[in-house]
Design a protein around this ligand. Structure first.
Ligand code: NAD
Length: 350
């Protein structure tokens, strides 16, 4: 059996990737390595935990000895690396945590992979999952392409940019077979409710204020998480080594319009009067270094690998809102304890 290591598989995107690989590739043994930080939740992959080709490993990618031991023991054919500190606001209050996990953690994985690679082992590839935020911000026009220069503006995007550079450099310097993808904002089931769409869904349900940064004109491209998982599967199997692919939803929204859309959907589903939830919108102090607009040109992955989103934004949002309404226990568990303490610290003065 080919052993594939997926890191961060108990998190939002990772859980969808792990499920897809475990389900679609019974001849792979999928090792899901996750430290189970506040963002990691085994509930996200409960349905596949008894699968014969699935192994969960609790461990920290910043622990070099542990990572070296794991690679020596299992000689993974490939790595799909998603584990990361992923929340921009948290990176502003604790940047070092982002350097540790996103840079040092990635280095540990790269070094362990390189050691196998240099000992004539037929590994397939090191696949590093990254973000469009490494490109910085766009004005009103234009799109990020694979050749857009990196210009990260937050500690989160700087840490991801740094790890992207190390992966590429290991490809150039040591010949490591790597591939990188830079994707736009994801949304969907299992999304931790500190991020915009699940935060607003949760707050609308609970009739809590909807904190909108600045004037609400910040623009993001949104992609349904299962479409990202499909793209990751495609790139892992058919992408070219030493290449980067941008992944996006061709779906730009200003935050304020998106919030109003969600309010409308939930007013209907919750039997409220149209316009009722919009009254919860509260403009809050802007995030420092806030990027105005991200938008992805996904032409390369579309033309070379035939990938495009399989659902429209309307369909994806419908699935997402229904999932949150039908998984009240998941939401309740996640929005208690540590998460609530952090949430209170972030928003109590706004
Ligand atoms: P997430 O925060 O939901 O999940 C991250 C997972 O990594 C969690 O399960 C956590 O427990 C685990 N983890 C964190 N630190 C770890 C460590 N030191 N060792 C082992 N495991 C650790 O993140 P996500 O939104 O699912 O993002 C996954 C990846 O995709 C990240 O690399 C992120 O940069 C990238 N990405 C995310 C988006 C998005 O919109 N969410 C968009 C583009 C790219």
């Amino acid at each position: 059996m080919k052993k594939i290591l997926i890191t961060g598989g108990a998190g939002f995107i990772g859980s969808h990737v792990v499920r897809r690989f475990v389900t679609n590739y019974p001849d792979y043994a999928i090792y899901n390595l996750d430290a189970l930080t506040y963002a990691g939740n085994l509930e996200n992959i409960k349905d596949i935990e008894d699968s014969k080709n699935y192994v969960f490993v609790k461990g920290d990618i910043t622990d070099k000895d542990f990572i070296d031991g794991l690679f020596t023991e299992h000689r993974f054919e490939g790595v799909v690396h998603l584990a990361a500190e992923s929340h921009v606001d948290r990176s502003i209050t604790d940047p070092l945590a982002f350097v540790k996990t996103n840079v040092i953690g990635t280095m540990n994985l790269l070094n362990a992979f390189k050691d196998l690679w240099q000992n004539n082992w037929e590994g397939k590839r090191f696949y590093h999952i990254s973000t469009d935020e490494v490109y910085g911000t766009l004005g009103a026009e234009g799109l990020f392409t694979e050749t857009t220069p990196y210009s990260p503006n937050s500690p989160y995007s700087a840490s991801k940019a740094s790890s992207d550079h190390f992966v590429r450099a290991y490809g150039e310097t040591y010949g490591l077979p790597f591939v990188i993808t830079n994707c736009s904002n994801n949304y969907g089931p299992n999304h931790f409710p500190e991020k915009l769409i699940p935060l607003f869904i949760n707050n609308i349900i609970e009739k809590k204020p909807l904190p909108v940064y600045g004037d609400g004109k910040y623009t993001r491209d949104w992609l349904f998480v299962k479409d990202h998982a499909i793209a990751i599967d495609l790139v892992y199997h058919n992408g070219k080594n030493h290449e980067t692919y941008n992944i996006g939803g061709f779906n730009e929204w200003q935050n304020i319009d998106l919030v109003k859309l969600l309010c409308g959907i939930l007013d209907t589903k919750l039997g409220r009067e149209q316009g009722e939830s919009q009254q919860l919108i509260t403009y809050v102090k802007d995030r420092p270094g806030h990027d105005l607009r991200y938008a992805i040109d996904a032409f390369k992955i579309n033309s070379e690998l035939g990938w495009k989103p399989s659902v429209t934004f309307e369909e994806g949002l419908e699935i997402t809102v229904d999932w949150f309404l039908n998984n009240a226990d998941w939401l309740k568990n996640v929005t208690s304890g540590t998460y609530m303490k952090y949430y209170d610290e972030q928003y109590s003065d706004r």
